[in-house]
Design a binder for this molecule. Structure first.
Ligand code: F6R
Length: 620
């Protein structure tokens, strides 16, 4: 949701800010804008350019009408909440005297009340946009008029705001500083040499520095070219947590691929291998670095609730199969957005596992907070160091996918699965529900997965051909059983979000209870076939495939190598490496990701920036 950049230093701020916005554009692409503090021989003012649509539109505006030179600036790429995505509603927003420029991510919930208060005060303060942000800009400017500096003005304004926000502002009277604040919305500081940066995430400044500072909740940060100072909303000094970003610029670039998503799909063997690295001691025991829960706390757990959204929720569904099978602990999987509204039964013996690639999803964050108020321990599975969700959890398992920039999650999902398996095996080790050699055997099978994914990717021709043949399809179904059911749901989600097609995933056994009525001649139906090792599952799936085929469906079967029983019933056969049923999602989802990417691409859609979506959803 919205990308934010701030810069003070010695370079041209316009270049730094626009480059940062380009790397953050995956967070929102409804409009973009930039504000610079321009010092023209003592006449200091704010220059603004903003434009609806993608960043390229703003770049064209700046190319046609160049902005003046400046070394202090802020920028924004928007995912609209309040007000349509047009030029007027684009950020930055100015105060009534053009002294302040402000960009914002999040929602100011009491904006209507604040707006009424401002409009009642004076007509001069008339607001021009429909945004909640402009209200905050006006409030800042009112504070500055009472002779405080921008830092203090920000502290005072934040005290009046309800909701979730990251705010970043500049003041025309002080070209040396950029001031920002955060509550329930992401913001990190990039520490440079004679320059400093602000960003919604480190991608904003990774080209210039890999030293970052994590901010806490309800904090205001002021950056100048050579200082960073942090306070709370009352002005009390605070400390940030400094960390080194362990990936570099190349990870945030496409490296020859036309889409980030395609690059990220092909990166999955490495991402899975990295997520498995360093998880075993010399004695062969599993250990999880950042697991801040003691063995006794883990032994005391008698129920697990997994909370997550979207693709991460499907990773949670797979985790349920693995944890219940290996650890014999009951697991519930719940959509984070529903969790706290149903008054869930929680106590100290319930472990809540929150899965989030971005670490910023508001629904998941609020569910975590609710769980902690009920005395449950929360373990986060997260890909983003420095993000809010791991910070607010009792324990964390980091996935090591590297930055995921394509809006549709791919390597994020696979590495979440790996983290879930590791958690399940670790629990089994601690609780003694599996023998050591059984755990070691599964770890070996996991270690073989990167090679298996490589072979699936090497065999991509059949998927590419299939995508070509399905341009023009209007509806696609996905069937799976057991751990293949979440894979079917994920295949359908990928197709919806990228190709804008009607796509639905079903548990194959449910078909006859209703959905089979959807089957008509030529309807493409993907079938994720369980490995033959699970005969009952496999044969039941086979019956389901025969049933849809008998009604005219075009069956596209994903089945393991050597599974000849399936051949007569598959119009298209996608071969998968032979792996145990619980691990099959790691290989079975890959052709489905690739298929959605290719089909959307052939249909002329923007695969990395699908309509109406944004990468990290920081509003509820
Ligand atoms: C789908 C997708 C989303 C996310 C969901 C949760 O491709 O990316 O469904 O999985 O918004 O996001 P995180 O994992 O960042 O909490």
């Amino acid at each position: 949701m919205c990308g934010i950049v701030g810069y003070v230093g010695t370079r041209q701020a316009q270049d730094v800010v626009v480059d940062g916005l380009r790397r953050l554009e995956y967070r929102g692409y409804d409009s973009a804008g930039i504000a610079l503090v321009v010092d023209g021989d003592g006449d200091v003012r704010i220059a603004v350019a903003k434009k609806a649509g993608k960043l390229a539109n703003l770049e064209k505006v700046i190319a046609d009408t160049p902005l003046p030179a400046s070394t202090t600036g802020i920028g924004h790429t928007r995912w609209a909440t309040h007000g349509a995505p047009n030029d007027v509603n684009a950020h930055p927003h100015l105060g009534f005297g053009r002294r302040v420029a402000l960009v914002h991510n999040g929602i100011i919930e009491n904006f209507a009340e604040l707006r009424e208060r401002i409009e009642a005060d004076s007509e001069q303060l008339g607001l021009v946009s429909e945004t909640d942000t402009e209200v905050a800009a006006q409030l800042l400017e009112l504070q500055l008029a009472s002779d405080v500096d921008l830092t203090e003005a920000m502290q005072r304004v934040c005290g009046q705001l309800d909701g979730a926000f990251t705010l970043v502002a500049v003041d025309a009277h002080d070209p040396t500083r950029v001031v920002a604040a955060r509550r329930n919305s992401p913001l990190v500081v990039g520490i440079g040499d004679g320059e400093n940066f602000l960003g919604s995430d480190v991608a904003a400044f990774i080209e210039h520095t890999r030293e970052a500072l994590e901010l806490g909740q309800d904090q205001v940060v002021t950056i100048t070219a050579d200082s960073v100072s942090i306070t709370d909303f009352h002005g009390v000094p605070q400390e940030g947590r400094r960390y080194h970003v362990d990936w570099d610029l190349s990870a945030a670039e496409k490296e020859g691929h036309d889409w980030f998503m395609r690059k990220e799909i092909y990166e999955q063997p490495r991402a899975v291998a990295d997520s498995l690295l360093g998880r075993r001691t010399a004695e062969g025991l599993l250990h999880l670095d950042e697991m801040r829960l003691s063995d006794q706390e883990l032994r005391d757990i008698d129920k697990i609730i997994i909370i997550a959204c979207g693709t991460s929720f499907y990773a949670g569904m797979v985790a349920k199969y693995a944890i219940e099978h290996w650890c014999r602990v009951p697991v519930e999987v719940e959509l984070a957005s529903e969790f706290r509204y149903r008054d869930p039964i929680l106590d100290y013996s319930t472990l809540v596992v929150a899965i989030s690639q971005s670490g910023e999803t508001a629904d998941t964050l609020q569910a975590i907070r609710h769980a902690r108020t009920q005395r449950s321990k929360v373990l986060a599975i997260c890909n983003t160091n420095g993000s809010t969700i791991p910070r607010e959890s009792d324990a964390v398992i980091y996935t090591h996918a590297g930055p995921e920039i394509g809006v549709a999650s791919t390597k994020g999902f696979l590495t979440q699965l790996v983290a879930c398996y590791l958690l399940a095996l670790y629990l089994a080790q601690v609780k003694g529900t599996r023998f050591g050699d059984e755990i070691t055997q599964v770890v070996h099978e996991l270690e073989a997965i990167p090679g298996h994914i490589e072979s699936v990717l090497a065999d991509d021709a059949v998927v590419l051909e299939l995508a070509q043949s399905l341009v023009g399809a209007t509806s696609v179904l996905f069937l799976g059983r057991h751990a293949g059911y979440p894979v079917a749901l994920e295949g359908a989600l990928k197709l919806k979000e990228l190709a804008y097609l009607h796509a639905e995933g079903f548990a194959a056994g449910e078909l006859k209870h209703g959905p089979i009525a959807l089957i008509e001649s030529g309807l493409p139906v993907f079938c994720v076939v369980p490995p033959r090792g699970r005969d009952q599952l496999h044969d039941k799936m086979l019956s389901g495939i025969q049933e849809v085929r008998a009604r005219g469906a075009r069956t596209i079967c994903l089945a393991e190598e050597g599974d000849d029983k399936i051949t007569p019933y598959a119009d298209v056969l996608i071969r998968l490496p032979a792996v145990p049923v619980l691990l099959q999602p790691l290989v079975a989802v890959v052709p489905l990701q690739l298929f959605a990417c290719e089909l959307a691409s052939l249909m002329g859609h923007d695969v990395d920036q699908p309509r109406n979506l944004a990468k990290s959803v920081t509003v509820e």
